[in-house]
Design a protein around this ligand. Structure first.
Ligand code: DX5
Ligand code: ZN
Length: 219
């Protein structure tokens, strides 16, 4: 699987969003990671449907929408219509994971399944026949700029092993606390989609270039 960088615009400067999104795209990022929070599944709030819609109008990147919301099944249609390419939901937030994934697929989007640091890796196993992406959270979801939870790479390695057994092409994404100092660790463990927010947006173009280089070197 190709190694892909997914800058998280949670750390972007909202007043300069267009300029910063263009900068990461031009510097080689393929996915744009958009964090949606409802103040319920996670304590904070972030962007909504109209933000995805607005970005879609002038951005050709793959829009990777991470729903940190309770019962995301309520909202997947709106985000699909707004232009999401990948919709990732949390296992902990769904009363019916399979039904939620089926709905995402029926709307023509790829479906991702995310788990929090305390959720056992095995939880995703029963859905590997249908998901397109597994997201291992390396921090408690809800805020950018947190410290990587030590040992997350063990969950990544375990997921990679489970995915390999299926013979299916499934992206393995990591999110939270990733920087140039620890990215090789998660890549070695088997992750191929790397989310980074605070490590990118202080200088979007230069940091994206540095990450893309690290991702290519790890191939
Ligand atoms: C956190 C979000 C992340 C966040 C990552 O709940 O899901 O996508 O933006 O930010 P950093 O890379 O700063 O940890
Ligand atoms: Zn995220």
């Amino acid at each position: 699987m190709e190694n892909i960088l997914a800058p998280s615009i949670l750390s972007a400067d909202v007043m300069r969003m267009g300029e910063q999104v263009n900068a990461v795209a031009e510097a080689g990022a393929k996915y744009l990671h958009i964090d949606i929070m409802d103040g319920m599944f996670v304590p904070s709030m972030s962007y909504g449907i109209c933000v995805v819609e607005s970005i879609r109008k002038s951005c050709n990147m793959i829009l990777d929408v991470h729903l940190m919301v309770t019962e995301p099944i309520r909202l997947v249609k709106a985000f699909a219509e707004a232009g999401a390419d990948i919709i990732t939901v949390h296992e902990e937030a769904c009363s019916d994971v399979r039904e939620t994934i089926e709905l995402i697929h029926s709307l023509g989007c790829k479906a991702g399944l995310a788990i929090k640091p305390a959720t056992p890796t095995e939880t995703v196993e029963e859905y590997l026949d249908t998901v397109d992406l597994v997201l291992i959270m390396c921090v408690e979801p809800g805020f950018g700029g947190q410290k990587y939870v030590a040992g997350s790479e063990v969950k990544v390695a375990k997921s990679a092993e489970m995915i390999a057994k299926t013979g299916r092409e499934i992206d393995l994404e990591v999110d939270g606390g990733i920087n140039l100092g620890n990215v090789s660790e998660v890549l070695t463990a088997g992750a191929n989609v790397i989310v980074a927010g605070s490590a990118i947006f202080k200088d979007p173009a230069a940091n994206t270039r540095a990450f893309v280089e690290a991702l290519q070197a790890a191939k």
